[in-house]
Every structure is written in C-alpha cells, then in structure tokens.
Ligand binder design. Structure first.
Ligand code: ADP
Ligand code: MG
Length: 363
C-alpha cells in the first residue's frame, strides 16, 4: 500500500486525503493546528510548523511521495528535502508563485498574456507606475496575499492615501482588467500527458470565491485555447503535478491573473460534477498511476460556505436532496468570511440556482 504526504491540513488536504482513501492510498498530513480538518481523515498526523525541518523530514520518510496544499512553504526547508525524498512537484512552482512579480514575469515568459504591471517599493515608484499604467489599477503586496487581502483598488488620486499602508512591504501595481468574467483552469500533468478540467465561471464576493458555474458558457474554441495554453505553460515552465491558473476573460481575450500549484477552490465541483476530480488526479499523479481525462457530468453550481452561511448549509444537508452535495470541513472555529464548506449542485443551471437557491444564503 502506498502512502502520500500532505504539507498542510486544511480543507484541500482533507479532500486530497479523502480521495486517497477511496483509491486505497494511505495519507499523512503535517499542520501546526492539532484540530486541522485533514487530520479527521489522514492515517497519520504530524502537528508541527511549516518550517520545522525535522518534522518535515519525518513526514517525507514515512511517505512514497509528498505534496503541499500550503503555498508558503519556505524554500530553504523544501529544497534540501526535495533532493533527498520524492516531492515530485518540487519547489519551483511554489517559488514561481510566492511573489506576484516573479509569477507574472514567469507567466509571460511561458506563453500567457498578463495585465500590465510594475514593481512598486515606495511613493515615488507608485507615482511613476501610475503614470504609465493609468487608473484604474490594483496595488497588491508581492507576497502572502490571499482572498483579496493585501490589495487596494486605485480609481483616482483620492485612493492614494489608502494605498500608502500597503507600501510598508514590496508591492506590484497592476492594470485593472474590466473583465466580462473570471475563470480558472486546473491542470494535472505527469511525464506522459497533461489533463485539464472543464472550466467554470468564478464569481467573487469581498475578494473571496463565492460561486462557480460550470460550464463557463465560454465559446468552446476559446475554452480549448485557454486549456491548451495552460497545458503548454506547465510543460514550458517545467512543472508537473497539479496547477491551477486564475484568468480574466473579456470577449475573445484572456489574461493570466495568478496560479497555485495545488488543488483550487473553483475545482471543488469536480468531486461530483465531473467523471474524475482534481484531488483524485493529484493522487493518481503522486502514486504513479495513469491520469484520467475528466468530463463534465452535468451543468453544476458550486456555492462556497463561509462562516455566515454555515447554519443555512446545515439545513440544506439535513434535507438530503438528490444531487445536492454538502461538504463541511469540520473546522472547530466558525468565523465570518472563513471557508467552512461548500455545496455542489449537480444538474443545476445558473438561472435555476438564482431562482431556487440564492435566497437561502447570506446576501
Ligand atoms: N488586475 C486586475 N483587474 C481586475 N480585477 C482584479 C485584478 N486583480 C485582482 N482583481 C480582482 O481581485 C480578486 C483577487 O485578486 P487575486 O490577484 O486573485 O488575489 P488573491 O490571492 O486574493 O486571490 C480577483 O479574483 C479579481 O476579482
Ligand atoms: Mg485569486
């Protein structure tokens, strides 16, 4: 029996471990929190911080292959381990995504278009970047941003005051793209082939993914072009394993926004909405089994359950409706805006969701 290791024990680790179990693969997770969601499912637990070398080495020793669901694993810890143990995705995709400036340079180098951008370190460089890029623009911290944290929209000079608080750390200024919609593509690649998942339309609220509608209702030719660009990007950048790429789409054009070398929230729908899912294909990759090509089962809607929607989600779960799949991650502390679970509605259209379901959740 094979064993996989997961650095990070959040909901992504939980769902990787669930799929591993279904495939007869053991799992071990490492997380600093003793009550991390993944620990409810993994065969073994290691409670330790992400920069604890000995604990990470103990994880690697127990596993045939190790992956990560936490994006900020430090390179000085991971690189030496990757030389000694099987961490087949390696440090490179993490390194390339840990800094938004490097991430965008890398995306351009390997075939994607990105919004215009400039490095910003102080007020003078912010002003000269704005002179070139123009309003509206988005100022973001280069590292450690997530779910809309560490960003400031700049519509006019009146927003400069609010931007100042970000400038304590290195930033990037990006051209604002007035997109028609946002989408993302998840690719899993081994040495032989790359498979990508059907793409959805991502709707954010307060900088956090709220809904994902699949299919994205993109022109099939455009979706094929994006998926091909993403698969080639992975090859060209020298990555394998799993990669999720967020994009902006306007008309026939698309822009790379950001990437993550781990399963993605917009891909949760694949568990029930596709013939194979992002977690299962990651496990296939890790244990060296052939990848399966996913197909959409039916139109699907994924609703993220944040703290404020947990009670509503529990009521939906109690109803036990067919094709309505409630996932609760078992987080012990419930907070507003914290991701507590998600619901997947299979055989659901955006119109029916709006008419029958939207009102049940906090607006
Ligand atoms: N350059 C941009 N143009 C338009 N919208 C943007 C831009 N950058 C960010 N956004 C909006 O903010 C959201 C969060 O930004 P993102 O860079 O994905 O950071 P996070 O790491 O918080 O997800 C995006 O999904 C998008 O809705
Ligand atoms: Mg994002």
């Amino acid at each position: 029996m094979k064993t996989i290791g997961i650095i990070g024990g959040g909901q992504l680790g939980l769902m990787i471990a669930e799929q591993a179990r279904l495939l007869g693969v053991r799992s071990v997770a490492l997380d600093p929190a003793p009550d991390a969601p993944a620990f409810a499912v993994t065969d073994e637990r290691i409670v330790a911080s992400y920069d604890d070398r000995e604990a990470l080495e103990a994880l690697c020793r127990r596993c045939d292959a190790v992956t990560y669901e936490f994006e900020n694993v430090p390179g000085d810890v991971l690189v030496p381990l990757a030389e000694k143990y099987r961490i087949p995705q390696g440090y490179k995709p993490l390194y390339d995504s840990q800094d938004r400036l490097r991430e965008k340079e890398n995306a351009r180098r390997h075939g994607f278009r990105t919004p215009d951008y400039a490095a910003v370190d102080d007020e003078a460089s912010l002003r000269s970047a704005l002179a070139r890029i123009g309003y509206p623009a988005v100022l973001k911290t280069r590292t450690l941003g997530y779910d809309g944290h560490g960003q400031q929209m700049l519509r006019s000079g009146a927003d400069l005051e609010a931007a100042r608080r970000l400038l304590a750390v290195p930033c990037i200024l990006e051209q604002f793209i007035p997109f028609d919609y946002e989408t993302s593509v998840v690719v899993v690649a081994d040495r032989q082939e790359a498979v990508s998942f059907p793409m959805g339309r991502n709707v954010h609220r307060d900088g956090i993914l709220d809904l994902c509608f699949v299919p994205a209702a993109i022109e099939p030719a455009l979706e094929a072009r994006i998926r091909r660009t993403a698969e080639r990007f992975m090859r060209s950048a020298g990555y394998e394993g799993i990669l999720a790429i967020e994009l902006f789409v306007r008309g026939e054009e698309f822009w790379f926004n950001e990437m993550a070398p781990r399963p993605h929230n917009s891909g949760h729908y694949t568990i029930e909405g596709a013939t194979t899912n992002q977690f299962r294909e990651l496990v296939h990759y890790l244990v060296g089994e052939p990848l399966q090509r996913p197909e959409l089962v039916a139109p699907t809607v994924m609703k993220n359950i944040l703290g404020q929607d947990l009670e509503a989600a529990r009521r939906v779960a109690a109803e036990g409706l067919p094709q309505v799949y409630v996932h609760l991650y078992g987080k012990t502390e419930c907070r507003t805006k914290r991701k507590m679970g998600h619901i997947t509605f299979v055989g659901m259209t955006p119109e029916r969701y709006a008419a029958e379901w939207a009102d049940r959740f906090v607006k």
